[in-house]
Design a protein around this ligand. Structure first.
Ligand SMILES: Nc1ncnc2c1ncn2[C@@H]1O[C@H](COP(=O)(O)OP(=O)(O)O)[C@@H](O)[C@H]1O
Ligand SMILES: [Mg+2]
Length: 231
């Protein structure tokens, strides 16, 4: 193996070092250290209330730890100004949440365009990118529908596609499969797998399911404030 390959293999996207977070006397994260490599597919498992959302929010710097260090692409997040941090997030991280959070008054297409609108991409480029995505994932038939007319599984797939709009390097998905059935979970995981393999997007997802086999590369269990690698 030459040195360039070696360096490429070691490219880290997210790096947490001794990250702790407390809510009053509740120590949710206790010196959690985690390194996620480029194009990794990571699952964080843990029962409800163990701190999965807290951890994922800190990874996507939607929340700050009480102590410890968060690095994204080798840069320390807390040393950045607010503007730099927001722009880094907007351009590199896509989020998918448990309860879909598509905007009800916008069509599927408009929902997919939303992150692009926030990044001030002009209307024709926005439309082209949204159309490209929805066609690529064979969901163009849903383009003009409103979220309330979609099934839970369809909404969640659209939420993933929306998270891809800005061509992020990382997708953080907090319990994306918790409110959908097994068949839709399978379809959603197929979509994540495709995004991970073909687009080389790093994916971090959480689940309360401690045992279900997932098509991920790296599996962790969060328990008692500690993160334990299980594969
Ligand atoms: N803003 C907050 N204020 C106080 N306690 C919080 C807050 N957010 C989360 N918690 C607590 O931290 C713990 C972990 O929460 P969370 O990260 O949401 O867990 P999970 O996502 O694994 O269900 C829970 O006990 C929760 O009640
Ligand atoms: Mg949660």
């Amino acid at each position: 193996m030459n040195s360039q390959m070696c360096m490429q293999e070691l490219t880290l996207t997210i790096e947490l070092t001794k990250v702790s977070k407390n809510y009053g006397s509740n120590s949710v994260l206790k010196e959690v250290t985690l390194k996620i490599q480029e194009a990794d597919f990571v699952c964080i498992r843990g029962k409800s209330g163990v701190g999965k959302s807290t951890l994922l929010k800190i990874m996507g710097f939607l929340d700050t730890p009480d102590s410890g260090q968060v690095k994204l692409f080798g840069k320390e997040v807390h040393k950045m100004g607010d503007g730099e941090r927001s722009s880094l997030r907007l351009n590199n991280v896509g989020f998918v949440f448990q309860f879909f959070n598509l905007i009800p008054s916008l069509t599927v297409m408009e929902n997919i365009e939303l992150p692009l609108a926030l990044a001030a991409v002009n209307k024709s480029k926005r439309k082209a990118r949204a159309m490209e995505l929805i066609e690529y994932f064979q969901l163009a038939n849903l383009a003009d529908r409103f979220p309330e007319t979609l099934s839970g599984g369809e909404r969640q797939r659209i939420a993933v596609i929306r998270a891809l709009a800005n061509k992020p390097k990382i997708i953080i998905a907090d319990e994306p499969t918790s409110s959908i059935d097994d068949e839709n979970t399978q379809m959603l995981m197929d979509l994540f797998t495709r995004v991970n393999r073909q687009e080389k997007v790093t994916i971090v997802l959480s689940t309360t399911d401690l045992y279900e086999k997932m098509p991920v590369h790296t599996d962790y269990l969060l328990k008692d404030g500690k993160l334990q690698k299980t594969t």
